[in-house]
Design a protein around this ligand. Structure first.
Ligand SMILES: C[S@@+](CC[C@H](N)C(=O)[O-])C[C@H]1O[C@@H](n2cnc3c(N)ncnc32)[C@H](O)[C@@H]1O
Length: 645
């Protein structure tokens, strides 16, 4: 409130020295400012949980064939690289894009970071918090980020204009454990669909919201005066007060507008000032409609320009692959003649070592996990989605729409990849000059773009296949011939996906600790009690409510996965589902004096199964890992840094 009062004093001092006309405006803006600063702003929108209508999958808000409904082209925002554009009008709440495929990046700080945890993570600006997307993996450090390739990696953020919101990716239960060599080699998370948060005109760049934090933590790039969401709200409220209440719509000259804006400049945070529109017509539109409407007019490109300068992104869509046991694949949305650019994707260039995962031990003295960097025990799943070459440490990882769904069949390949041609975002000179050291030492943005070219005519609905190359084929054949289920067939047979059980048998009565001695649950399950149960037990001495992990599904809340627990007693007093007495493990709760506590009358809905740390398929140490082959012709000579070794 002190801030408000000092602003008000300043306002009064200035007010006395001004002309009557400007004084009136000043008074209004100060009132508006006070209203603004005293009022509570809406909290940022959290992910909306809209049930996914399967009939929408494969249909974006995009155009009917044969017109392209979505483009990759240079962003309208200066310095923002490439962006995603809509080629058609999209109505509010219609799907904006085909569903993204998501890959968990696990414990990067541990495996790639050093003691100070300052390491360059090329994905940092592209990933989402995995648990917020329901990608729950109880790993060592809860450090899991979701790399969702497609709109979630390509679309830029423009705070006043949020076009799309996403739900959560679909989840494929893990059932291949004892059946197939491809277990753990592809992601279970797919079809993360985005929907229109507002109507999107054709030609518009599509923006997602990364949240204010993303900008606040990048002040080196954006400066301290970059407007945040609240700045736009403040500016918008002031404009409304000035223009709507005063009915100044057509009478205000550009010079008086400038004068008004200048006169209030000292009184408002500079972020708010920078959120004001530059012209009177935009100020009027902002006042009468919204600042989003103003910015919408500024982010539209001509469709013909997009067609000539962009690359179509909706020629392919995801679906269940026609190949068995390989998960999902990409399918043509329309007939594509031979030579068509089926899709284009920017790539992250990374060092192969970035995907290495090491043996980890717990250091009692340091009270943290530490990796032994001499012992590689696994590779990130990401490796399977990147392109690489046996003679190089460079990997290029595409993040375009749908391209990461493309599977391999040598003899039926209907697309090939090439470095983009006549596309300024692809820096061909850098490709042919930069050494691996140059690439890894620079923290610059993605520099290269891949194009996927139709090798023959492709008909709508056909699955798209790429030839991943000879090395990939050899690696897969060797892996599948020698594959044995991890831990032996019996152990693999006993594996059951905990998320699948929650989803399909969420109400099943739970066996007590005693009963489990003769009839145990699968080794990979851990039982968790809802985080609020302990707090309510302590605070009130009884429990109330259901403690649903989440309203619409049973995945846990964001990153609080509750407490491990055991069932001591099942109360079979006629109510179904039963209630339980549990023993909650409180060793991780600093403020709680004992290591465990018995809690009774716990409802079934407060208890959920999670997969034990490190037991999801993509953690399997014998899961297949091999990058897609970058052909000899595409491999820049100076990248072949393993040739002599
Ligand atoms: C770029 S991803 C392709 C999309 C993947 N099918 C999915 O559902 O996420 C590459 C991975 O797909 C699987 N894959 C693709 N083609 C395959 C094939 N012909 N045989 C076996 N696995 C294949 C392998 O796990 C490979 O590492």
């Amino acid at each position: 409130m002190g801030k408000v009062l000092s602003l008000a004093n300043l306002a009064i001092a200035r007010y006395i020295s001004l002309t009557p006309a400007v004084r009136t405006l000043m008074l209004l803006q100060v009132v508006a400012l006070l209203l603004n600063l005293c009022g509570a702003f809406e909290p940022p929108k959290t992910l909306r949980n809209v049930p996914l209508d399967r009939s929408d999958v494969g249909r974006t808000g995009l155009s009917p064939e044969p017109t392209c409904g979505q483009y990759l082209a240079p962003s309208i925002l200066p310095g923002a690289g490439l962006g995603m554009y809509s080629g058609v009008e999209i109505e509010e709440d219609d799907p904006v894009s085909y569903g993204d495929i998501c890959i968990p990046l696990i414990d990067l700080k541990l495996h790639v970071g050093n003691d100070d945890n300052d390491f360059y993570n090329p994905f940092a600006a592209y990933v989402w918090q995995a648990s917020a997307l329901g990608m729950i993996d109880l790993n060592l450090s809860k450090d899991v980020s979701a790399f969702c390739m497609g709109i979630n990696s390509i679309a830029n953020c423009h705070l006043p204009l949020k076009h799309a919101y996403q739900t959560k990716p679909e989840y494929d239960p893990q059932v291949l454990r004892h059946r197939h060599a491809s277990v753990g080699s592809f992601t279970p998370y797919f079809n993360l669909t985005s929907f229109a948060a507002r109507p999107i005109p054709s030609g518009s760049e599509i923006f997602k919201s990364y949240g204010n934090y993303w900008f606040e933590t990048r002040s080196d790039t954006f400066g301290q005066q970059f407007p945040l969401s609240t700045s736009y709200k403040e500016a918008s409220n002031l404009l409304e007060k000035l223009f709507v209440s005063m009915k100044l719509t057509s009478s205000l000259s550009a010079s008086l507008y400038d004068e008004v804006v200048l006169s209030i400049k000292e009184l408002l945070p500079s972020r708010t000032m920078n959120a004001f529109p530059n012209t009177v017509p935009h100020a009027i539109l902002g006042a009468h409609e919204s600042l989003a409407a103003v910015h919408q007019t500024l982010v539209i490109r001509d469709l013909e320009w997009l067609r000539l300068n962009g690359r179509c992104l909706d020629h392919i869509r995801p679906g269940t692959s026609t190949l068995e046991n390989v998960g999902h694949g990409a399918f043509a949305t329309r007939d594509l003649s031979s030579g068509t650019i089926v899709s284009a994707s920017p790539v992250h260039h990374i060092e192969r070592a970035f995907t290495q995962m090491y043996e980890v031990r717990y250091d009692e003295a340091a009270k943290k996990h530490v990796p032994d960097k001499s012992k590689i025990v696994a590779y990130q799943l990401l490796l399977n989605y990147c392109f690489g070459h046996n003679e190089s440490t460079v990997l290029v990882c595409p993040y375009g729409n749908g391209v990461n769904y493309i599977n391999h069949v040598r003899e039926h390949a209907n697309v090939k990849v090439r470095w983009a041609q006549d596309f300024p975002a692809h820096q061909d000179d850098v490709l042919h000059q930069a050494t691996p050291e140059d690439l890894f030492n620079s923290t610059a943005e993605p520099k290269f773009v891949l194009e996927y070219i139709a090798l023959r005519d492709i008909v709508a609905g056909e699955e798209i296949f790429l030839d991943y190359g000879e090395s990939w084929d050899a690696a897969w054949n060797a892996h599948s011939l020698s594959y044995e289920p991890f831990g032996g067939a019996t152990s693999a047979e006993r594996y059951r996906d905990a998320f699948w059980v929650n989803e399909n048998h969420g109400d099943m009565p739970l066996r007590t600790r005693q009963e489990q001695i003769v009839d145990p649950y699968p080794d990979n399950w851990v039982l968790r009690v809802h985080p609020w149960v302990l707090q309510h037990h302590i605070k009130y001495g009884y429990l109330s409510g259901n403690y649903d992990w989440q309203e619409s599904d049973r995945t846990p809340l964001r990153d609080d996965f509750g407490l491990p627990c055991q069932i001591l007693e099942r109360h079979e007093n006629g109510t179904i589902p039963h209630k339980y007495t549990i023993l909650a493990d409180t060793t991780s709760v600093d403020w709680f004096e004992t290591d465990s506590v018995a809690i009774s009358q716990v409802p079934r809905s407060a208890l959920t199964w999670l997969n034990a740390p490190g037991t999801m398929d993509f953690h399997l140490p014998n899961a297949f890992r091999q990058p897609i082959g970058l052909s000899d012709e595409m491999m820049p000579t100076q990248w072949r840094n393993l040739l002599a070794k």
